[in-house]
Design a protein around this ligand. Structure first.
Ligand SMILES: Nc1nc2c(ncn2[C@@H]2O[C@H](COP(=O)(O)OP(=O)(O)OP(=O)(O)O)[C@@H](O)[C@H]2O)c(=O)[nH]1
Ligand SMILES: [Mg+2]
Length: 450
């Protein structure tokens, strides 16, 4: 996610490292590069202009703080302005004071409405709500079927159109029938393009249901085109917030950066995969950090928390903080891996400056991609003595051979695992102290740049 943009921006910031203070000239140069990087990332031109204007105003003539290098200083300013542009803080969707809360999802065909309906239901179930899904798409029988399958997976009810029923009537029936549900998520029909028929249907639904939240679901891979789609829906139906799907596959970030500024409505969630757990609340500060390659430690911590019981998470975090992450913990993590998505997703949350070198990173990513390898990795760690697990450095050649035999794997596989683990361990250890302590606000700048 955002890797192309992040890499380019990192290059710009690194170039600023050499300067002792910020001058008009080196700022101009950096701004020009930042502009090119943003335009390349398909960020809307007006938004780029706005952002750069603000950065320039702040950066020029500023004394370089004693504690920061010019590179850090510019990163800090760009970060602040990016956060502002993305909407400052996480905007929670509005819920009903008298249930049921009604969410209506709208968007073009294939944008991810149905999948997002399931993801949102799962998200709110974890917050204690009892959601039901409503298929407001009588045109395509497969559409209702798809939603029913998701509802079944989640163990919640799904209201599908009856013979000859209009979308509006299906929704009204769901509201009447949903006695145990305090949350209804309406999945509307998509169209290939914004057309009058669709807009009228959505306007009708809005009038009949007064949903608490109309959410536009839009595909991040569309880049700037997503902005035009958002404008179209917002002008004709009026939307309250945006869910940006397929964000994990978007290396450039044009849609994520442009939409809020273009329509004045916040992105509230991003979809980061096809699975029902691949939904993240959109925190502008964290996203800005990710875009700038400063990582997203808070999201990482939340993921760790979500995967384990509180007690486990407490122990785990303490270890991460203190840099005492052992192979035993690694084993526990492997076992949890399936629950929380891929290691690759986790790695994305780490600051770029803290990641191991490119080659190593590729190794770790490679290792995490193939989930079939998990049982073998587990077997390898299980074949180690507890002393070995606590201190991987004692695992010499003969121990490796013994472990490989014991686990029915090869020495190569043992080597690979230890190499990956050493890489992970190194990056946990090199976290800035503030990040490890995680008390108060994480200040990602120190120790990363310059
Ligand atoms: N990688 C990835 N795929 C996603 C995400 N969200 C949805 N998809 C996929 O996108 C495709 C379309 O998703 P749907 O939920 O069926 O889209 P829709 O908007 O309901 O489509 P229509 O009902 O035809 O209008 C499916 O293959 C989903 O698995 C996401 O965040 N990441
Ligand atoms: Mg659908």
């Amino acid at each position: 996610m955002f890797e192309i943009l992040t890499n380019k921006l990192q290059t710009v910031f690194k170039q600023l490292r050499g300067y002792g203070r910020l001058t008009e000239a080196n700022i101009q140069e950096a701004l020009r590069e930042i502009k090119l990087a943003l335009l390349d990332a398909d960020v809307n031109y007006k938004v780029v202009k706005l952002l750069l204007q603000r950065v320039q105003e702040k950066a020029v003539g500023q004394e370089v703080l004693a504690s920061l290098s010019p590179g850090q200083q510019v990163v800090k300013i760009v970060h602040q302005e990016l956060v502002e542009l993305l909407g400052q803080s996480y905007r929670k969707p509005r819920l009903a004071s008298h249930p049921p809360t009604i969410f209506m999802l709208v968007g073009l065909q294939g944008s991810g409405k149905t999948t997002t309906a399931g993801k949102l239901a799962r998200h709110y179930m974890s917050e204690g709500y009892r959601p039901g899904l409503v298929a407001a798409d009588p045109y395509r029988p497969a559409a209702a079927k798809q939603l029913e399958v998701l509802a079944q997976e989640l163990g919640i009810p799904c209201y599908s159109p009856l013979e000859g029923e209009s979308p509006k009537d299906t929704c009204l029936r769901a509201v009447r029938e949903a006695e145990l549900q305090n949350f209804l998520i309406i999945d509307t029909a998509g169209r290939l393009h914004i057309n009058q028929e669709l807009m009228e249907e959505l306007q009708g639904l809005k009038k009949a249901l007064s949903p608490h939240q109309i959410m536009l679901v839009v595909d991040a891979m569309m880049g700037q085109e997503a902005v035009r789609v958002a404008e179209g829906f917002h002008n004709q139906v009026g939307i309250d917030g945006v869910v940006l799907t397929k964000q994990e596959g978007d290396a450039r970030g044009g849609a994520a950066i442009s939409i809020r500024a273009a329509i004045g409505r916040p992105i509230q969630f991003i979809g980061v995969g096809e699975r029902l757990d691949a939904l993240e609340p959109f925190h502008p500060e964290r996203i800005a950090s990710r875009i700038l390659g400063m990582g997203d430690i808070l999201s990482l911590v939340e993921k760790t928390e979500a995967m384990a019981t509180e007690e486990e998470a407490r122990v785990e975090q303490k270890k991460l903080r203190s840099g005492k992450f052992t192979l035993e913990d690694f084993l526990a993590q492997l076992r949890q891996l399936k629950k929380m998505g891929s290691l690759e997703q986790m790695l994305e949350l780490l600051p770029a400056g803290l990641l191991p070198g490119k080659g190593k990173l590729a190794q770790i990513k490679g290792a995490s991609l193939d989930e079939r390898r998990l049982p073998r990795m587990e077997a390898i760690i299980c074949s180690m003595t507890s002393a070995e697990r606590r201190n991987y450095k004692i695992i010499n050649g003969s121990r490796r051979l013994r472990i490989a035999r014991g686990s029915g794997t090869s020495v190569q596989e043992v080597n690979q695992l230890l190499k990956n683990f050493a890489g992970m361990n190194k990056m946990f250890k090199s976290w800035p102290k503030q990040a490890r302590n995680m008390g108060g606000r994480f200040r990602p700048f120190s120790g990363i740049f310059g």
